[in-house]
Design a protein around this ligand. Structure first.
Ligand code: DSN
Length: 441
């Protein structure tokens, strides 16, 4: 990768495994010629790609830096130390664990550290999290996830009139059920989180407070979203969304308390000790050192002033797109956005998320179907689509492009069955996409 706009040539792969090389070529074309508007996706830099594609994938390093179960870890320790130093500087916090393979595993590590699954005679312990249908994540207590299977979940919801979290209902439920943990953060919630108020509620009822900032980590890192660290006992994130790093997870904390009473964690003296032990060896084996190296590179990038400029543009683009969609008659949950995403409620137009996602993809615009508050359709159909601006902003697109895209979205959704119209638009989409290089920065 000599030219900053070039992609790796994959010569060895192409010679040995043309089928996989072909799939990568096709995926490259999809990413470069179409518009990626899935709110949780982004485009990593060539430097991150090189670190993730490096020889660090060959190394076993069970344990933590300088405390490993394998020899030869001197250089992977350098990568893990740098990843931790940089992420602590980025979020201005004292403790981190960069080993979770994913956001889901980061959340599991925190749950199992703070709240005993199935304890107290097999009785499940109550926790609270935002309902999946109201923007919450699968791992925030959905019945099909371990978070919903191992705990007694009392989900909180949005106020149907305002599209914002119903804090009155949060307080009421918390007082009634006395959850041991309250999860904040979401996958499809376009507004800021009031972590200070959640902490007051958590303190009143004796709950741990956790924030999953996977979606808006880039905004927290740049001071463009309220900071959960002063209020939450633990903060989890992925590294690949607005943080623009490789696919993976992390856990942060500034909490130094030690009142941890876990039956299976006799040696853990503090919450962060317990989280380390549950992450490894509790849940994971060898850390993905190539990904940790890539995380370190991404954190270095995020510490640069240019990253704050990028996040400001992500937010500007989201606001422009949201305003433009509202102007064109679309209903957005909560009426707009404070962050990088918006949730379009298509029920007034009589459309499903599924048909809309398919029609937009046919035109080369990728979004995802999403439940909206009060949705009567199944998660496979839904009444909404979620749209985000992080990836297109990485490519250098701005307000003019957002306005043009809003027009295309309106046109496609004016007739989700008109395949010919969608295919014709795809050519215009390709022309726009081709003007904005994939590795634009
Ligand atoms: N699946 C991710 C998202 O799209 O929001 C969250 O894990």
């Amino acid at each position: 990768m000599t030219d900053k706009h070039s992609l790796p040539s994959f010569d060895a792969l192409r010679a040995f495994d043309p089928e996989i090389a072909g799939a990568i070529d096709d995926e490259t074309a999809r990413q470069t010629e179409k518009l990626e508007m899935i709110a949780s996706e982004n485009i990593v830099s060539p430097a991150v790609m090189e670190a993730v594609g490096s020889v660090m994938t060959n190394k076993y390093a069970e344990g933590y830096a300088h405390r490993r179960y394998y020899g030869g870890c001197k250089f992977v320790d350098v990568a893990e130390d740098l990843a931790n130093e940089r992420v602590r500087e980025l979020f201005n916090c004292k403790w981190s664990n960069v080993q979770p393979h994913s956001g889901s595993q980061a959340n599991q590590a925190v749950y199992f550290s703070l709240v005993q699954p199935f304890s107290e005679g097999g009785k499940k312990i109550p926790i609270m999290g935002l309902h999946l249908n109201h923007g919450g994540h699968l791992t925030h207590g959905s019945p099909v996830n371990v978070s919903g299977r191992f705990y007694d979940v009392y989900p909180y919801e949005l106020n149907m009139d305002t599209g914002r979290i119903n804090m009155d209902a949060v307080v009421k439920t918390a007082r009634e059920i006395k959850p041991r943990l309250i999860m904040t953060g979401a996958s499809a919630y376009p507004r800021f989180w009031d972590f200070a108020t959640f902490r007051e509620i958590a303190d009143e009822v004796g709950a741990w407070l956790v924030a999953d900032i996977a979606h808006f980590a880039g905004m927290v890192a740049t001071g463009l979203h309220p900071d959960p660290l002063p209020h939450c006992h633990a903060v989890t994130s992925t590294t690949h969304k607005t943080l623009r790093g490789p696919r993976g997870g992390l856990i942060l904390s500034d909490y130094e308390g030690g009142e941890i009473l876990l039956e299976n964690m006799p040696k853990a003296k503090t919450v962060t000790d317990a989280i380390d032990s549950v992450t490894f060896p509790g849940l994971q084996g060898g850390p993905l050192m190539h990904v940790i190296a890539g995380k370190a590179v991404a954190f270095k990038e995020a510490l640069k002033p240019e990253f704050k400029t990028y996040i400001e543009k992500v937010l500007e683009n989201a606001t422009t797109l949201a305003d433009e969609l509202v102007r064109r008659g679309f209903k957005l949950v909560s009426g707009g956005t404070d962050n990088h995403l918006m949730l379009v409620d298509l029920s007034p137009k009589g459309l499903t998320g599924k048909a809309s996602e398919t029609a937009l993809a046919r035109a080369g615009i990728y979004t995802n179907k999403n439940m909206v508050p009060g949705d009567r359709k199944s998660p496979f159909v839904t009444s909404g689509i979620r749209i985000g601006t992080p990836a297109l902003t990485t490519r250098g697109m701005g307000a003019d492009e957002m306005k043009r895209i809003a027009g295309w979205i309106e046109q496609v959704l004016s007739d989700v069955e008109d395949k010919e119209m969608h295919r014709a638009l795809r050519e215009e989409v390709r022309e726009l996409a081709s003007a904005f290089p994939h590795f634009a920065w």
